[in-house]
Design a protein around this ligand. Structure first.
Ligand code: NAD
Length: 323
């Protein structure tokens, strides 16, 4: 009977799917990230045919080297796979898959939750109310910024970026501009969206900038001090992609110096650490990497990762093989 190792407790739907395919499933009994040497020891046993892994597992050449010969696939329960050394997996002849699509709506919703929350000062107002500072309606109290009819700049118009752009254009009559390495003419026609060939043009024009690129060498510190200075002082920056896409120290400095009006971020450069200066600022909202964290979506992600394992172990190409 094939054996599957799951690196940490995940929604039961994924485990159930694997078990009903006739596999023996073992889940890391400690509900914590396995250190690399712990994962390597597990794989050294040579007992497992597949591993269901998470974005907190660093799947590098050492891991693939010990997994070689037993593990056929590492199914990453995330759409982003910057935790995986894909070249090393290929060299070892081990498949890797991800979970695209099933989390698109949820991450787009979370992006909107952040975007509207920072513009309407929701976290700040909540702290104000709880601190007993609300003494009655005031004409000038906690004034925020409208989102409707504003210019929204999308960096990375893929699955999630285009969903965010859809909601902005259709739900809030926003003017969408975008920057991507690929142009999408159909999208432009449908949403009256406009392509900008450089990121700088987006930063200079947009009232809200939302980041949806994968973490790659080309997107590392895509937003740095110089680029933050190109943004309008009234603009907001939202990031639900990956932390290292922003130079977090530069962001903290820009927010402190009011170079931009605010930011709302779900991901951090050195997770789980958060730059300490961000913690004291009112013009930033911080969520702890939860953009896909709904019960429905995490169950779908677990099921899709399981599906990739089942197809791979049946000798076929899994639906979400990373090539
Ligand atoms: P996707 O592949 O559909 O979209 C990514 C887009 O970025 C593509 O259109 C691609 O052409 C573009 N792109 C790539 N490199 C670029 C560059 N250098 N400059 C500009 N554009 C570039 O991916 P997706 O499903 O939309 O997910 C996007 C990212 O969101 C994931 O890679 C992941 O890191 C992140 N994510 C985060 C969470 C979270 O919990 N916060 C959840 C899901 C996804």
């Amino acid at each position: 009977m094939p054996k599957i190792f799951v690196t940490r407790k995940i929604p039961e739907a994924g485990i159930k799917k694997l078990k009903s395919a006739g596999y023996e499933v073992e889940v890391n009994p400690a509900d914590k990230v396995l250190a690399k040497d712990e994962l390597v020891s597990v794989l050294k046993t040579g007992k497992y045919d597949a591993v269901l892994a998470l974005l907190t597992d660093k799947l590098d050449a050492d891991v693939f080297e010990v997994a070689k010969g037993s593990v056929k696939i590492f199914a990453n329960m995330a759409v982003g796979f910057d935790n995986v050394d894909v070249e090393a997996s290929k060299k070892a002849g081990i498949m890797v898959s991800n979970t695209p699509g099933v989390l698109t709506d949820t991450v787009a919703e979370h992006t909107f939750a952040l975007m509207l929350a920072i513009a309407h000062r929701i976290s700040e107002a909540d702290r104000f109310a709880r601190a007993g500072q609300f003494k009655g309606w005031e004409p000038m109290m906690l004034l925020g910024t409208d989102f409707s009819y504003k210019t929204v700049g999308i960096l990375g118009l893929g699955r999630i970026g285009s969903r965010v752009a859809h909601h902005a254009a259709k739900g809030f009559n926003a003017h969408v501009i975008y920057y991507d390495v690929k142009r999408n003419l159909d999208f432009e026609a449908e949403f009256q969206a406009e392509f900008r060939p450089t990121i700088e043009e987006i930063l200079k024009e947009a009232d809200f900038v939302s980041i949806h690129v994968p973490l790659l060498p080309s997107t590392y510190h895509l937003i740095n001090a110089e680029r933050l200075r190109m943004m309008k002082p009234t603009a907001y920056l939202v990031n639900t992609s990956r932390g290292p896409v922003i130079d977090e120290k530069a962001l903290a400095e820009a927010l402190k110096a009011k170079i931009i009006k605010g930011a709302a971020i779900d991901v951090f450069e050195h997770e789980p650490a958060i730059h300490p200066d961000l913690l004291d600022l009112d013009n930033v909202i911080l969520t702890p990497h939860i953009a896909s964290a709904t019960e429905e979506t995490r169950a779908k992600m677990a099921e899709l990762a399981a599906e990739n394992i089942i197809v791979a172990l049946s000798g076929k190409e899994p639906p979400n093989l990373i090539k």
